[in-house]
Design a protein around this ligand. Sequence first.
Ligand SMILES: *[C@@H]1O[C@H](CO)[C@@H](O)[C@H](O)[C@H]1NC(C)=O
Ligand SMILES: *[C@@H]1O[C@H](CO)[C@@H](O)[C@H](O)[C@H]1NC(C)=O
Ligand SMILES: *[C@@H]1O[C@H](CO)[C@@H](O)[C@H](O)[C@H]1NC(C)=O
Ligand SMILES: *[C@@H]1O[C@H](CO)[C@@H](O)[C@H](O)[C@H]1NC(C)=O
Length: 485
Amino acid sequence: MAGRAAMLVNVGTVIMTVLTLASLVGGFGVNWGNIASHPLNPNIVVQMLKDNKINKVKLFDADSWTMNALAGTGMEVMVGIPNNLLESLADDYDNAKDWVKENVTQYIRKGGVDIKYVAVGNEPFLSAYNGSFLKTTFPALKNIHKALKEAGHTNIMKATIPQNAEVYQSANDKPSEGDFRKDVKQTMLDIVNFFHENDLPFTVNIYPFLSLYLNEHFPVEFAFLDGDGQTMTDKGKNYDNVFDANYDTLVYALKKAGIHDMKIIVGEVGWPTDGHKYASPKLAEKFYAGLMKRLAKDGGTPTRPERLEVYLFGFLDEDMKSILPGPFERHWGIFRYDGTPKFMLDFTGQGRQMVPVAAKGVQYLEKQWCVVNKDTVNLDEVGPDLDYACYHGDCTAMEAGSTCSKLTKVQNISYAFNMYFQIQDQDVRACDFKGAAMITKVNASVGSCLFPVQIVSGSDDFRINFVFGRFVVFGLVLLGLLTVI
Ligand SMILES: *[C@@H]1O[C@H](CO)[C@@H](O)[C@H](O)[C@H]1NC(C)=O
Ligand SMILES: *[C@@H]1O[C@H](CO)[C@@H](O)[C@H](O)[C@H]1NC(C)=O
Ligand SMILES: *[C@@H]1O[C@H](CO)[C@@H](O)[C@H](O)[C@H]1NC(C)=O
Ligand SMILES: *[C@@H]1O[C@H](CO)[C@@H](O)[C@H](O)[C@H]1NC(C)=O
């Protein structure tokens, strides 16, 4: 009996622990982007989220396949509206109504999708966009808010605009001198006043990695949240990392606009693992360890002590992202393209050495690689082929400071050929290059430089099923007809 009682106590402890963990992980979600040549099947991704006890997710659109995979999971979702839709939503209220009907109302049902936020645009005021979305973003937001209200959704969800932290700045890097960037200031003031009147949250993406990437004199430790950074004092508050300083710069910019209590969501924060000397699994692990520990504590930043609400960026690598910001853009995932984890991360913030749970049931293409054919290649002639392969494939891991930056010339070319071959679904015609290339069954990886084998694309998978399904239906109909005849 005693043993039984002890066991019950243990079960109780386990249940308590599980409950505590569940509440610990409640404060964060992940960004799930899909700018990939071979996106994972959404059902596999949803299972990965569950296996890692992640229950909030932020999307960049409202793709129906993804939304349907999320239906009935109880996962909290922020759906997104891409920047290219802003103009039509701003121009015509009917378009906003249609968007809400098709991409929100349709999913609000029992066993549907638990939509908490609608993200209108994505970093629309980025200075790299030269003001392209400056005039349309706010009107689009107002139309979406109005349409959500009219449809009766505003009691369960709120519209917001994920902004890059670039929309505000501060003199002397002091948070207390924070204010909105001059060229967007009036629009930002109009937006935050509207948010204030309608109780909408401010969403901001904060990137300590970029502080380091953009400024070679930036103190490295200040990019991380493990408390080893040199401390900066501002208005009696101590800052030992740039994340807090940046977040509080926004708090002060809002204060300057007369707004003291606006809810702030960190829409994106994370660390890339390749494509630059500071983008490595080791530093990503360090960054996330500090961040997760902070998120597990109830504490916020020096000016906002309440719990933070953040979305990690990102869940998976995306090999088709624009590399205009830098080659690291395609390596933001906590997981690789195929759902394998890259580094240790304890999502509960207890700092345990834990490997995140990998994707299950991923189907790979054949175990084969495309490499230089040493017998036929003329190394002086492959230049244009290499450029072509890297233009269509992803060669960002070859950049200085990356995992594949130390290859020999021949390995370099093989890497490029293989990336092209894999992105083309191992089509034999994609491993020719006028006879300079050949297919091999020998793993071509070199040390820590991974020569990947692509997965069966989630969307191919879908198409095959879809086409197959249609044939089956067609077959049944035919059979039915024949039977009747
Ligand atoms: C709903 O969202 C999808 C995916 O983002 C988009 O392609 C579609 O145009 C939207 N529907 C409407 C009516 O705007
Ligand atoms: C913004 O302007 C710069 C310089 O004039 C130009 O190179 C760039 O292509 C423009 N970007 C966009 C998105 O219009
Ligand atoms: C391999 O390619 C990278 C990226 O294009 C280049 O920087 C490097 O010099 C090349 N290495 C050799 C040995 O040619
Ligand atoms: C190829 O080798 C690398 C490095 O040893 C390994 O990580 C990878 O899993 C291998 N690929 C396959 C398909 O076996």
